[in-house]
Ligand binder design. Structure first.
Ligand SMILES: Cc1cc2nc3c(=O)[nH]c(=O)nc-3n(C[C@H](O)[C@H](O)[C@H](O)COP(=O)(O)O)c2cc1C
Length: 260
């Protein structure tokens, strides 16, 4: 009989094979892109091609996502009136005010049942190609882990269950509350934001991630539902001559890197 942890521990018998697309020398381009991405706070007054935006957004959606539940949304604010209001909600920051385009990255804690359903429909289409353990994961384990129940009641019982089980064996400790679900969805969305920003850089454009905004106003402006968490507003465009305020500053890596 299979256990729920088999999805993590057992290597399924599958026919799928996928080679990496990376070629020798790609690391040099990657290094150039990584080092060129800077937070740009002043942009040239020029329009940005939609094709650049589309490509970066496509790359954003290729970021890793927890249980592949794709709990992210990217909202492009195209209307001039809305853009003006968004700039205001971003406290008038120059990185927003001078940007050619503004994108709002949103994490969602309640869209996972819809994506879960799409996943199961996709499995249905793929038939025998999908290992049964994957189906079990999305049919049973995903609803158990990500569902928190009415008023978080299920989450409360999960907390007790995880605690007791955790006394005896390694146990995932969450998500078991609304707050955990926020962290869960923000993690995935932030990874997509980085893909997006690097994607802009790779195409010769710049960005600035912003958390300096009034979330209530941004949510109202974009008509976002309750479960939406505005992760960041990203200013995009071509850097003005004075767009980067100083050389990139990082402290001694000993502060951040550890061996165990
Ligand atoms: C989550 C997050 C929020 C940020 N919010 C703002 C912001 O509101 N305004 C701003 O000018 N920069 C903001 N930044 C940019 C940081 O200040 C910047 O990344 C940092 O100073 C390092 O500079 P670099 O990005 O050029 O390497 C934010 C960055 C992150 C990751």
């Amino acid at each position: 009989m299979s256990k729920s942890s088999d999805i993590l521990t057992k290597i399924p018998k599958i026919k799928h094979r996928e080679e990496t697309l990376v070629q020798s020398g790609d690391d040099i381009s990657f290094d150039r892109v990584i080092r060129s991405r800077r937070s740009v706070r002043s942009y040239k007054d020029e329009a940005m091609p939609q094709s650049v935006m589309n490509k970066a957004l496509d790359w954003a959606l290729l970021a890793p996502t927890s249980s592949n539940l794709q709990c992210w949304e990217f909202h492009q604010v195209k209307s001039q009136d809305k853009k003006a209001l968004l700039v205001k909600a971003c406290l008038g920051q120059s990185a927003a005010r001078t940007a050619s385009a503004l994108v709002v990255a949103v994490a969602r804690t309640k869209t996972w049942p819809k994506i879960n359903k799409l996943m199961l429909e996709e499995f249905e289409k793929q038939g025998d190609k999908v290992p049964s353990i994957a189906k079990t994961y999305y049919e049973k384990i995903v609803p158990f882990f990500y569902g928190q129940g009415f008023l978080g009641i299920k989450g409360f019982f999960k907390r007790i269950m995880f605690f007791i089980r955790g006394l005896f064996s390694p146990t995932p400790r969450g998500p078991k509350s609304k707050a955990d679900m926020r962290v869960w969805s923000v993690k995935t969305t932030a990874l997509a934001c980085e893909n997006f920003m690097l994607g802009m850089t790779a195409q010769g454009y710049d960005t600035c991630p912003m958390e300096g905004f009034d979330e209530v106003r941004v949510k109202k402006l974009l008509n976002l539902p309750n479960d939406a968490e505005v992760v960041m507003v990203i200013g995009c465009g071509k850097r003005a001559e004075n767009g980067v305020y100083a050389a990139q500053l990082r402290f001694d890596k000993k502060l951040f890197l550890f061996d165990h």
